[in-house]
Write a protein that binds this ligand. Sequence first.
Ligand code: BES
Ligand code: MN
Ligand code: ZN
Length: 484
Amino acid sequence: MIVDIKYKNSASTQKSSNQVLFVDEKFTISSLKKHISTSEFSYISDLLKNREAKKKILIFDINSKKKIILIAISKSSSGFDLEKLGAKFFSILKDSNIKEYLIVSETLSYKLKNLIGHFVHGIRLKSYSFEKYKSKKNKKNISIQVIGKNIPEQKDRLKFNAIEEGTFYTRDLVSEPGNVLHPDEYAKRINSLKKFGLKINILDEKKLKKLGMNTLLGVGQGSIRGSYLVTMEWNGSKDKSKPLAFVGKGVCFDTGGISLKPAKFMEDMTYDMAGSAVVVGLMKSLALRKAKINAVGVVGLVENMPGGNAQRPGDIVKSYSGKTVEILNTDAEGRLVLADALTYTEEKFKPKFIVDLATLTGAIIVSLGSEYAGLFSNDDNLSKQLIKVGEKVEEKVWRMPLNKNFDKLINSKNADMQNINYVGGAGSTTAAQFLQRFILNKTPWAHLDIAGMAFSKYGGALNSGGATGYGVRLLNKLIEDHYE
Ligand code: BES
Ligand code: MN
Ligand code: ZN
C-alpha cells in the first residue's frame, strides 16, 4: 500500500473532502465552526451526545462521499501518544474505501511539541509492509494532504523522514529470507549506502584472517558464503571528536551449525541478523538527516551452517583480542561474532561509547518477552540514558545484571573461556559476561539483547507485524537527546 503525504501551508478551503480535525479530550467542537458547515456542525454535535467514552477517534459519515474524522488529543499528550494515534488512524483508513484525506493542522492548537509531525510519523511507520515476494501487491493508494499553519517545519519533516527511511531499511533487511540476504549480498547492499555519504570499509575473509579474527571466522566457516566485517563511518561533526560506536550481530541464518537447532521455528533464524540491520538502518538515518555527530557502525556478517568444513564442538579458537575460546556449542555463535567485532571497534575507533545489538539469546525472551530489550552495561550513565530515551520512544530496555561471579560459569579448563555455561541458568547474563571480556580498555559499553524485540508475529503499536525495526528510533533519540 502506498501512503502519499503532502504538506501545504495555505488555509483550508476544500470543505468537500474528507476532513481530519483535532479536538480536545472532551470533543469540544465549537472551534471547528470555521472548518465545517453549519449543518455538519449540528449533525456532529447531536451524535456526540452518545459517543463512546473510550474512543479517541470518531468517524462521521456526512454523506456517501464525505466523512469527518475527529481525533481527540489532550494537552499532556506526548509525541509517542500522537504516533500511536497516527498508527490507529492508519489502521482505520487501511480498511476504508476512501482514498483521500485532508488533515487540517490548525485544529491542533498545542503547537509546542511538533505533534502533527509525530502523528504523520505514526501513520508512516504503521503503513510499512514487506510485499517484495508477493505476486499480487496491495495497490491501494492513499493520499493525505496536511494543510494549514501548524504543519511541521521543513527541518523536522526531514528528520522524521530520515528516521522512517532508516527504520524501513532495517525492516527490509530483517524481512529478507536467508537465500537472498546471505553475507555476500548483505555486504554489497551496505556498500551501496556510500551514496548517502557514509564511508564503507569491507573486510573479507582474507583480511579477517590476517587480522586474526578467528572467533568470527569460525562461525562462518561451514558456509559456502563469505564472512565479513563491515564498517560504516559518518563524520557529521566539524571537530574530530571521538565517534559513537554501534556494533551489530549479522548472522544471516542461524541453523545452529553442528549443534543443529530443531526444525520447528528454525525459519525464524532469518532474523538473526537484526542487530546488524538496526546498525545499518541507524547509520542510514544519521546520514540522511546529516546528524552533527561522528558515528561508526560495525557489523559482523556470517552464515552459521553445518557442513564438512564447519566448526566442531570442542574446537579452540583464538580471538582478535588474543584470548582463546573453547567452542562447546556452535549454536552460541552470536557472541563469537561480536567478540571480535567489539575488540576491533574499541581498538580501531577509540569511541566515546559502544552500544551493541544482537538477537543473542532465547533466554531474554523468557525474561522480558517482547516488551523490553535486555540491557547489560558497564556504565551507569549510558544505561540511564538508554532507559530514559527508551521510554520516550516506547522502545524500552530493562537493565539486567553483570557480575564477576558469573565468570566462573564460562571459564574453561582448556582455554581462556568457553562459549556456553554448561551448568545452566542466567543464559542472557552469561552471554553478556562473555561479551564484556572483549572490551579491553574500559570503554563505556552497553549490550542490547533484542531477540524478543526484532520480530513481531502479531504487530505492535507502530508496526503491522513482521520486522519491527526496534532500535533505530531508540538510538536516534539517544543521539539526539544526549550527544548532538
Ligand atoms: N540466535 C539465537 C538466539 C535467538 C533465539 C534469537 C530465539 C531469536 C529467537 C542464538 O544464536 C542462540 O542460538 N542462542 C542459544 C544459546 C545457547 C546455545 C547457549 C539459545 O538461546 O538457546
Ligand atoms: Mn545460535
Ligand atoms: Zn544466533
